[in-house]
Design a protein around this ligand. Structure first.
Ligand code: SF4
Ligand code: SF4
Length: 348
């Protein structure tokens, strides 16, 4: 069977399952790479009318709060060398952005590069650590490997399962199933989704268009049979136990903390803070404290998009006042942001 025939077959089966369900179904994914696959391959247009595929908080840059960004901007203006990923660097806030601030800000591809900069600098170096369970183990590895004394981490790392729990409990967006993020699942395995999976189907999926369609089909089948639980459709990369080495690194370096996300109130145990024995490298300990009450541009609806309540094209600024070259919100800056993906790959 050719790839095209396989996709056609999957789509037919999805339509058949959806017909038997005879009601509207909303499936949420929480992964920027899934959103890109969906938009780039026009997968939404292949789905039956009663099946909606919405995106949630799937991009670590998008969910980083203005307070965390502003704290890094202030550190740069106060004389620290600040290292951040390219996407983070460009996110606008009411107090400017790392790219426009008056300080020494360097774009890095990894935490290792930030550590190297600290080794070659007399000044203090701050690494703004964003990312979900996929990147947190790398930050942990550097922190646990005796980094230079002038190296500090402001941890904006966040955990996906607590956000899924919040989304489910809030009931704001009526969800019938989750597609779980592929890369995150390679690290954490399937266990951490269990509390959500007690309520609805959760399907771990890879990033090919077929993977996403298989996940949608699996969700619909589970719904028809009235089944809940976690199904792993990404067996070629995800083991149920996850990656024990990466999990141990995270566990040794960080502990979970209650924290707000951009567009979300405080989500219990949803962020990672440095453990006490790493306090010498904790930016918080030298007074770089994010103010989580700081707001963002009111006209930007990123917060609603990240909670599955709106789509990029619902935003009046989309493609006019807000573009990837002149973004208003993080969802248009980050390559994993839903507005950027829709603008670049959404056509028309
Ligand atoms: S880090 Fe990977 S798995 Fe997680 S949301 Fe981003 S692309 Fe998806
Ligand atoms: S289009 Fe721009 S302003 Fe509108 S939600 Fe997306 S990032 Fe925010």
């Amino acid at each position: 069977m050719t790839r095209r025939e396989f996709v056609r077959k999957l789509v037919r089966r999805i339509h058949k399952e959806a017909e038997t369900l005879d009601r509207d179904v909303t499936i949420m994914h929480v992964c920027g790479s899934h959103e890109r696959t969906i938009v780039e391959h026009g997968l939404r247009s292949l789905l039956p009318e009663n099946v909606r595929l919405v995106c949630g908080p799937g991009c670590p840059v998008c969910v980083t709060t203005t307070g965390e960004l502003a704290a890094a901007i202030k550190a740069a203006e106060d004389g620290m060398v600040v290292c951040a990923f390219g996407d983070v660097y460009r996110v606008p806030t009411p107090v400017g952005s790392l790219s426009s601030c008056d300080g020494d800000v360097r774009v890095v591809q990894s935490v290792r590069k930030a550590e190297e900069i600290a080794e070659s600098e007399d000044r203090d170096v701050l690494y703004l650590a964003v990312g979900f369970e996929t990147t947190a183990p790398t930050t942990a590895a550097v922190l646990l490997d005796d980094p230079p004394s002038n190296f500090y981490v402001l941890s904006a790392h966040r955990l996906i399962p607590p956000a899924m729990e919040w989304l489910l409990e809030s009931g704001e967006c009526r969800l019938d199933a989750f597609i779980c993020p592929g890369h995150v699942s390679t690290i954490i395995g399937t266990g951490p989704y269990e509390s959500v999976a007690r309520e609805l189907p959760c399907v771990v999926a890879g990033f090919e268009p077929e993977d996403v369609l298989i996940a949608v089909l699996a969700c619909l089948k589970m719904l028809r049979r009235g089944r809940v639980g976690v199904t792993n459709e990404y067996l070629r990369a995800v083991e149920d136990r996850g990656n024990p080495v990466a999990k141990e690194l995270m566990e040794r370096a960080f502990e979970p903390e209650d924290r707000p996300w951009r567009g979300f109130p405080t989500i219990p145990e949803s962020a990672l803070k440095l453990r006490e024995d790493l306090a010498d490298h904790d930016a918080i300990e030298i007074g770089i404290r994010p103010d989580y009450t700081l707001g963002h541009d009111e006209s930007c609806i990123c917060d609603r998009i990240l909670r599955g309540l709106a789509e990029p094209r619902d935003c009046p600024l989309f493609g006019t006042k807000c573009t990837p070259t002149d973004p208003v919100g993080p969802c248009m800056v980050s390559e994993e942001g839903p507005c950027f993906i829709e603008y670049r790959f959404g056509g028309g």
